[in-house]
Design a protein around this ligand. Structure first.
Ligand code: NAD
Length: 285
């Protein structure tokens, strides 16, 4: 019960990584405020645990972020942990085609939201013992090739924001760290591709298989793999860590599995082979 009676905010809690992390915090005794623009999804989550309260919050709307933090703090008398996690793929256009509006929208969703999450939580975190912020970055921040450019730049910004705010907030005893997930089996890919509902399960299975082939750890990444890392960073066990980031990626950034296992196709060949197999079987991919 590492988070007994702690007040914890999780954004993007209706699905994937946020959902798994909210459930883990709640299982360890926290009062969790599960915020998402998908309020129905957040409500379904709150039905799974008495420790979870659903809050409607679009993190692109700064007033809604402030309202989220103020409400949780009013209920609990302060905030102990914030997981700034909500996100999506953003604008996927290449750099010679992207419009300024799409660029700004991506930065607002993935970077400004984290800055404003910190901005409006911190006044309620000062003086709370063990106060901690965790931000979701990505392996896309390590180098090009893992995501569209706007997404990668925003996630690299999250890493630097994490370091800068870690130094600014140290005087209040607030730690700030980041997590960098690799390929995790959530809805983020199928949502970005606007995949029809009846194809989502097939597509997710293909991504899971392809990523497990590509990584040194030969299984797909799951939301709980990230939840465990976030809970560690937020806990007192990580009390000597601030401004740090944890890469949780099955090892894909140290080298793909096909580099040392000649039997294993690379990620993109594997995806193509599976798309071809699905097409041959009559399932559009
Ligand atoms: N899945 C991966 O492979 C992966 C890898 C690296 C980083 N990430 C990051 O992890 C975070 C969580 O993504 P996920 O994979 O769990 O995806 P997901 O699609 O399963 O969950 C994302 C959640 O964020 C919510 N959301 C989106 N925009 C929002 C907004 N404006 N306001 C409030 N909520 C919003 C969605 O409704 C959804 O519930 C994101 O920041 C994503 O960029 C994911």
């Amino acid at each position: 019960m590492r988070f007994a009676d702690k007040c914890v905010i999780v954004t993007g809690a209706a699905s994937g990584i946020g959902r798994a992390t909210a459930l883990l915090f709640a299982a360890e005794g926290a009062r969790v405020y599960a915020a998402d623009r998908d309020f129905e999804g957040a409500q379904r989550l709150s039905g799974e645990s008495p420790g979870i309260t659903a809050v409607a919050c679009d993190v692109c709307d700064v007033a809604q972020i402030k309202a989220l933090m103020d409400r949780a703090a009013q209920d609990c008398g302060g905030i102990d942990v914030v997981f700034n996690n909500a996100g999506a793929a953003g604008d996927r256009a290449p750099i010679d085609e992207i419009e300024a509006e799409g660029w700004d929208r991506t930065m607002d969703l993935l970077l400004r939201s984290v800055a404003m999450g910190i901005r409006y939580a911190v006044p309620h975190m000062k003086g709370r013992k063990g106060a901690s912020i965790v931000n979701t970055s990505s392996i896309a921040a390590i180098g090009p090739g893992y995501s569209p450019t706007a997404y990668a730049v925003a996630k690299a910004g999250v890493l630097h924001l994490t370091k800068c705010t870690a130094t600014e907030l140290a005087k209040y005893g607030i730690r700030v760290n980041a997590v960098q997930p690799g390929f995790i089996n959530t809805n983020i890919f199928t949502t970005a591709l606007e995949m029809p509902a009846d194809l989502v399960d097939t597509a997710k299975a293909m991504i899971l298989q392809a990523s497990s082939n590509a990584q040194p750890v030969a299984r797909g990444g799951m939301p709980d793999d990230i939840a465990q890392a976030v809970a560690f960073l937020a806990s007192d066990a990580a009390g000597f860590m601030t401004g740090a980031s944890l890469v949780v990626d099955g090892g894909i950034t140290i080298g793909p599995r096909h580099a040392w296992d000649p039997e294993t196709p690379d990620m993109f060949s594997a995806l193509q082979a599976m798309a071809d197999a699905a097409a041959a079987a009559g399932t559009p991919a």
